[in-house]
Design a protein around this ligand. Sequence first.
Ligand SMILES: NC(=O)c1ccc[n+]([C@@H]2O[C@H](COP(=O)([O-])OP(=O)(O)OC[C@H]3O[C@@H](n4cnc5c(N)ncnc54)[C@H](O)[C@@H]3O)[C@@H](O)[C@H]2O)c1
Ligand SMILES: [Zn+2]
Length: 351
Amino acid sequence: MKQILNKDFNIFLGEDVLEKLAETLINKEYSKIFVLMDTNTHKYCWPLFSPYLVNFIPIVIAEGEASKNIKQAEFIWETLLSNFADRNALLINLGGGVVSDIGGFCAATYKRGIDFINVPTTLLAMVDAAVGGKQGVDMLSYKNVIGVFKHPAEIYIYPPFLNTLKENEKRNGLAELTKHALIADKELFEKLIDIPLNDWSKINTFIFPSLKIKVGIVKKDPFEKELRKCLNFGHTIGHAVETASLLNDKVPLKHGEAIAIGIICEAYISKNIENLSGKEFKSIVEYISSRFPKYKQKLNPEELINYMRNDKKNREGNIHFTLLKKIGKAKVDQVCSSDLIMQSLNYYQNL
Ligand SMILES: NC(=O)c1ccc[n+]([C@@H]2O[C@H](COP(=O)([O-])OP(=O)(O)OC[C@H]3O[C@@H](n4cnc5c(N)ncnc54)[C@H](O)[C@@H]3O)[C@@H](O)[C@H]2O)c1
Ligand SMILES: [Zn+2]
């Protein structure tokens, strides 16, 4: 079992972590244990997980981003209340980023905060969403606008959960995993490039190094004052593309697919204003283009730039970017012209 231990939260990763979780639950003597799942994790992960628990109350919400809202949060709070959860109760979030975001938010606010444990079941949640302490829900068409910072008490990562995850969901996580390598670890990126196309058999070995990058950054800057903004590489343009796709497309892009587009565009901007070398730029474009399907819809630069202006990361009316000086080294709070943003979108579109 691999572990990352620190004062705010502990992370355990491996095929034997569920035994470890069972042990923890016995030692902690929680008054009641609730397990939040969505309909898919109830179907695929619960059968592997439930043998390790005694005395628990399941809470199941519909799968998908549409569940990450205040109505579902109310449903979760009501379930806690109607089962007399006190401040010594525990909520376990068994699921992807949707479950850990809304579950963490509900736990952090119920009776001013009860413990929660994340058991991520998607690649994206294992390397990103379940770790870092950002919890929240969407409102109107804005993602994550209502929320809090609060770390889970512990995180248990059991890679065999990934066996039932669909390939497009694995790709979704791959985008964030690639981002971690690009901002902090060139060698890790080179190892990712070496994975043959469509071969997911080795991806589990990338979870721990990727996680260590995120945890290292979050520990130094938990409230996103400075360093944590590194994690936004690919996300200024990626979020705008994601928002436009959610509003305009019948089958909207997944977060990671939008971030993959953002990575290419923001690497283009990095080449132009941060001297990212032509060679490194090419390797990023080749890697992303070979792993992620090309987005077929027309990108509308004016619409996208409008979304970027509304991004909560901005200050003083400027659109802020995290860019790459080179692979493995990011620079936060960079501003670039609308013209260069448009050029980068054009570059992607003409690939
Ligand atoms: N808090 C953060 O720091 C942070 C970071 C990144 C993303 N997020 C949030 O995470 C969410 C996306 O997370 P996600 O990609 O994990 O999405 P998700 O939770 O919706 O899971 C994706 C799909 O996979 C299914 N699924 C989950 N585990 C499965 C398994 N083991 N087998 C089969 N199916 C399974 C789910 O039911 C769902 O249909 C977004 O809401 C995003 O805003 C949060
Ligand atoms: Zn992301």
